[in-house]
Design a protein around this ligand. Structure first.
Ligand code: DHB
Length: 512
């Protein structure tokens, strides 16, 4: 990789979101100090070496975020095996703690991460409080999954990353693409030190929920792509590869430039907005009605989603094109319906009580779910956001801020949002930045080393984005020949790292 070539066109400071280079850090793992800890995981004692606050890039912008915690089972230093893995073959489980497109600090094995407050959404629309396993950022509390992974012989690495709230010297130091660039730099550290460190850096499995799920999907879909090189170079990322092996992506708030229209495909006609406070927050839930202007935008956006789907060229698993009619019904809608039916049947199979009294939009015949009234199903989930849900017309969404720059707090990232803008002085984000934030732009394209395996989940009653978004991501990946395990998780809100047995069985299957 000829980094110099990619850093010539612009001053490196630009690629560091305006922050000048400071102290240079050494990236040699063998120089690190560690602590030995004995954890009790699932009633078993597990001895680990803990390396904390490891700065993973040579010229960091902010070490509070650009550092990671590394956990290695002690057994690997005695050349012992765990769960069939050795120090050379153990996969590296790499959860991020990103939520709400906020900055994230590395999680510790015993306490999870320290979440930043006030994550999430437009001021009027806090992320839904229906998630069972979220930290205050909206990200999954990764502590449990980290422990589970360690007990199964994985090496565990939790890296922090800059986000929309990061500030250094009065500049927004974490605007896009900083978050994914930081996570890539952490991956590069692991690649650079592969021989010196237990764990196989060719078997990195990322994990994230919500904005973090967007980041883990992006990390998996943009490996070694040159678009990110100048940014990586500017923070002194190790000069090596940054592709990963696999990813978990729970409730990914991704494909942001099409998320507004997908949201209205799902919720057009649902004119009441219910926003409930985040878990642990004092925000109380409230309901409001859409204005006439918002209803009109909803109908326009729904119509642009039909155009988007019909131009996307997605196919089902049998090669049949997935399309939509003007009214929003059609084979793509039927495809989503089948996912919901499968979700219900999986729940029934596992012994969950699924009745038509409780779910009046579901048809059950001879103990099996056979049909879903999609309009009623979507209405039952309920609308959480007003149109435009992500590229907010008044620039108040989390997503507007992540699309900002070091000196501009927030920007638009869709022509529709820009056209309907209500905030004076508003501008559009650079098309190159919008591109780098959307994994859809890289899947199946040359110049990218894709992850081989994706595990994608979306909660059946999550209203943070449309179910269409993870569905499109999963299907685009499948169409590109990638191995995808995608399911809509029955009666589940905005959360991640659930079904840990299933999660880690999948990881074992793809790594053994
Ligand atoms: C998250 C939730 C949202 O609704 C959103 O728009 C962005 C991020 C989150 O929980 O990370």
């Amino acid at each position: 990789i000829n980094h110099a070539k990619y850093a010539k066109d612009k001053d490196a400071t630009d690629y560091r979101n305006g922050v000048k280079t400071g102290k240079t850090y050494n990236l040699d793992f063998s120089k690190l100090k560690y602590k030995t800890k004995t954890l009790t995981i699932n009633n078993k004692k597990v001895k680990v070496r803990e390396y904390t606050n490891v700065v993973y890039t040579a010229k960091p912008v902010d070490t509070k975020y650009e550092s990671m915690n590394i956990y290695i089972p002690e057994a690997y230093f005695q050349n012992k095996k765990i769960n069939g893995y050795t120090k050379d073959t153990a996969p590296i489980f790499m959860p991020n703690t990103v939520g709400g497109y906020m900055s994230a600090t590395a999680a510790t094995i015993d306490h999870g991460n320290t979440p930043s407050p006030n994550a999430g959404q437009k001021k009027s629309q806090a992320p839904a409080g229906n998630g069972a396993n979220l930290n205050q950022n909206g990200g999954a509390s990764s502590g449990n999954a980290m422990q589970e992974a360690l007990s199964k012989g994985f090496v565990v690495v939790s890296a922090g990353a800059r986000g929309r709230d990061s500030k250094v010297n009065g500049k927004y130091s974490g605007a896009a693409p900083a978050t994914v660039v930081d996570l890539k730099a952490a991956v590069r550290y692991l690649k650079l030190n592969d021989k010196k460190m237990a764990g196989d850096a060719n078997k990195i499995i990322a994990d994230g929920t919500s904005a973090g799920g967007a980041m883990s999907a992006l990390l998996a879909s943009t490996g070694n792509n040159k678009d990110y090189y100048p940014y990586l170079k500017a923070i002194g990322a190790a000069d090596t590869s940054d592709n990963i092996f696999a990813t978990y992506s729970f409730a990914p708030i991704t494909n942001l430039d099409n998320a507004d229209s997908a949201y209205e495909w799902e919720f057009n006609g649902v004119n009441t907005v219910t926003s409930s406070g985040m878990p642990g927050a004092s925000t109380s839930s409230s309901t409001t009605e859409l204005t006439d202007k918002q209803k009109k935008m909803s109908t326009q956006l729904k119509s642009s989603f039909v155009t988007y789907i019909n131009n996307l060229g997605l196919k089902d698993d049998n090669g049949k094109k997935l399309t939509l009619k003007k009214d929003g019904t059609g084979s793509f809608s039927d495809f989503v319906k089948q996912e919901v039916i499968d979700s219900a049947n999986a729940a029934i199979k596992s012994g969950t009580s699924v009745t038509t009294e409780k779910y009046p939009w579901l048809t059950i015949k001879d103990g099996k779910a056979t049909d879903v009234d999609m309009t009623k199903y979507f209405a039952s989930i309920g609308r959480m956001k007003t149109p435009t849900a992500f590229d907010s017309v008044d620039l108040s969404a989390a997503e507007n801020q992540i699309m900002g720059t070091s000196t501009t707090r927030a920007k638009h990232f869709t022509s529709f949002g820009m056209k309907n803008n209500t905030k004076s002085g508003a501008t559009m984000a650079d098309s190159s930045i919008i591109k780098m934030m959307n994994p859809m732009n890289y899947i199946g394209k040359s110049g990218t080393t894709m992850a081989k395996h994706y595990y994608i989940r979306y909660g059946g009653k999550d209203a943070n984005t449309s179910v269409a978004i993870p569905t499109i991501l999963a299907q685009k990946l499948k169409n590109a020949g990638v191995d995808v395990d995608y399911k809509v998780k029955w009666d589940t809100g905005h959360s991640g790292d659930y079904d840990m047995d299933d999660m880690f069985k999948w990881a074992e299957k793809i790594t053994k």
